[in-house]
Design a protein around this ligand. Structure first.
Ligand code: G3P
Ligand code: CA
Length: 282
């Protein structure tokens, strides 16, 4: 079920309706997800080390509707969960992910940098992250490398047993989005971008964004929240694509995007944004 009550109700009424909807779902034991759904960015990465199993498990514990993780193909053709192209920031030792084997990468501790209690945490594989996704919840799989990952990615997704509706592929790389949609049109795929000012103009323009969504056959847009206004949300939705936003940690900003009808809100702090949506951003 997909709907955005924000399209038919003004701000306060929207919050009231959302709360009523959640209450009805709770009473009926329904697994229908109210929009916008809350996506835990790199897991609950405000509190736990990003892109690790503890961060993903914490996100589920905190009631996230979905998790988001970043993925690369390793030198030996495995898929590992990591944000940066090398391991320096999160492991304190530099290995280039695409030039290292999974075994080499898994010798590194990617938890201690966040907090001593996560010492010994290793980078998970895609299969391990997929295995954490409960029934009725979703995963946003962000591809950080190029389309060479796609055959193995589709294999892992198929083996996971997750339903197509639980999976959203996301990437800044338009060729990755186009390839996934060409091979598996049943999966949603959001092209990612962020607005930047150049010569007094915000780029890409709404027309350029919609043109890329059409060319790649994406199902939606995932955009960095900065500089975005409601007219862009409307332009994307009116062109027939889903609008999604990242990475929103300020409750007031989250509530604004909810009122504008964003289908999801990606955040490092899922509990905080969930509570904000339920109390109208207070
Ligand atoms: O959800 C999209 C967002 O994760 C993209 O930015 O740098 O955190 O991967 P980044
Ligand atoms: Ca990401």
């Amino acid at each position: 079920m997909r709907w955005a009550v924000s399209e038919i109700l003004p701000g306060n009424d929207f919050m009231l309706m959302r709360r009523l909807f959640l209450l009805v779902c709770l009473l009926q034991g329904s697994k229908v997800m109210a929009e916008p759904y809350i996506v835990a960015h790199r897991g609950a990465s405000g509190e736990a080390p990003e892109n690790t199993l503890p961060a993903f498990e914490l996100a589920w514990k905190q009631g996230a509707d979905a998790i988001e993780g970043d993925f690369y193909l390793t030198a030996d053709g495995e898929i590992v969960c990591m944000h940066d192209a090398d391991t320096e920031r999160t492991a304190g030792k530099k290995l280039v992910v695409a030039k290292s084997t999974l075994a080499e990468l898994r010798e590194l501790d990617v938890g201690s940098w966040k907090d001593a209690r996560y010492a010994g945490t290793v980078a998970p594989t895609l299969a391990e992250v997929l295995a954490t996704v409960p029934e009725g919840k979703k995963i946003f799989v962000e591809v950080k490398c190029g389309p060479e990952i796609v055959p193995r990615l589709l294999e892992d997704l198929a083996k996971s047993g997750l339903k197509a509706e639980q999976i959203v592929i996301i990437s800044f790389k338009d060729d990755v989005i186009a390839e996934v949609r060409r091979l598996r049109p049943e999966y949603r795929a959001n092209w990612l971008t962020a607005l930047k000012e150049k010569n007094g103009k915000l780029l890409p323009t709404p027309d350029e964004i919609v043109a890329t969504l059409k060319r790649t056959n994406a199902t939606g847009l995932g955009i960095g929240f900065k500089e975005v206004d409601e007219s862009l949300v409307r332009a994307v939705e009116n062109a027939g694509f889903e609008f999604h936003v990242w990475t929103v940690d300020d409750p007031a900003v989250g509530s604004r995007f909810a009122e504008w009808g964003s289908r999801s809100i990606t955040t490092n702090w899922p509990k905080r944004i969930r509570e904000a949506l339920e109390t109208g951003g207070k």
